[in-house]
Design a binder for this molecule. Structure first.
Ligand code: NAD
Length: 248
């Protein structure tokens, strides 16, 4: 196998489950040292267990991405354990709530922005000084096709993911040339987040996709692997759709 991330120290948020976990497994297989970050301990420890069982290196750090103290601690533990930070994959997320805007409560709105937007800000703020010490690195975030082509009922989620797309471009400008910054816009991917929650309308939408199926976590993980590796060395400020053609 062509190992593409040998010894790259990679922080992946939201890797107790779904897309983040799949990316952690794939990065681990490609030689990366993984820092699993999540609020869900059992899932995080399970991700670590599987990476180690396959001969990889990984630790779990419990952290709420929307908390500054937690995210500072993630960077300290990462550098304390592995000595550096090469890759930061901001992937933690919570579902949208499919409610018309007049029925969205303020608490849900704030939490959506705290996890998806402030979470990236804090991770970047505390990771970048460490990345600079070792010559740079790669930052990657999970947006959503909702942030590009929104659907009714996702005002908070879609606008927060739209912010992830713009933040990616701003950071790419600000952090170049040492740090590349890109984002992936998935939709729809079968994960615990979507599991069981597809409405008949959503299932119809999936069958109308050009590729005629929903996505798998590995579809996103492979895009993340590419964007994190040197194979994408000339790509920054890009948002790649992993969406079965939904954008068309
Ligand atoms: N599944 C899809 O169809 C889809 C579509 C578009 C975007 N996304 C995005 O993909 C990312 C991953 O989602 P997924 O589908 O794998 O869902 P998932 O629920 O399987 O995984 C999300 C993970 O994030 C963690 N998390 C939630 N809040 C957190 C917080 N405050 N701090 C730390 N960790 C936290 C959860 O515990 C969970 O492990 C999310 O950003 C989501 O918005 C998913």
């Amino acid at each position: 196998m062509n190992v593409r991330l040998q010894n790259k120290v990679s922080i992946i948020t939201g890797s107790s489950s779904g897309i983040g976990r799949e990316a952690a497994y794939l990065f681990g297989k490609h030689g990366a040292k993984i820092v699993v970050v999540d609020i869900h301990d059992a899932g995080g420890e399970e991700t670590v267990y599987h990476i180690r069982a396959n001969g990889g290196e990984a630790i779990y750090v419990k952290a709420d991405v929307s908390g500054a103290t937690d995210m500072r601690n993630v960077m300290q533990k990462t550098v304390g354990t592995f000595g550096r930070i090469d890759i930061l994959f901001n992937n933690a997320g919570i579902p949208g709530n499919r409610a018309k805007v007049e029925n969205v409560d303020e608490e849900f709105w704030d939490k959506t922005y705290a996890v998806h937007v402030k979470g990236i800000f804090l991770a970047v703020k505390y990771a970048v000084p460490e990345m600079r010490k070792t010559g740079g690195g790669v930052i990657l975030s999970t947006g959503s096709m909702q942030g590009v082509r929104p659907r009714v009922g996702y005002a908070a989620f879609a606008s927060a993911k739209g912010a992830v797309n713009v933040l990616t471009k701003e950071l790419a400008l600000e952090l170049a040339p040492e740090i590349r910054v890109n984002c992936i816009n998935p939709c729809p991917i079968f994960t615990p987040m979507t599991g069981g929650s597809f409405t008949p309308q959503m299932e119809k939408d999936i069958l109308e996709l050009p590729l005629k199926r929903g996505g798998k976590p590995e579809d996103v993980a492979y895009a993340a692997l590419y964007l994190s590796s040197d194979e994408s060395a000339f790509i920054t400020g890009s948002c790649i759709n992993v969406d079965g053609g939904r954008a068309l």
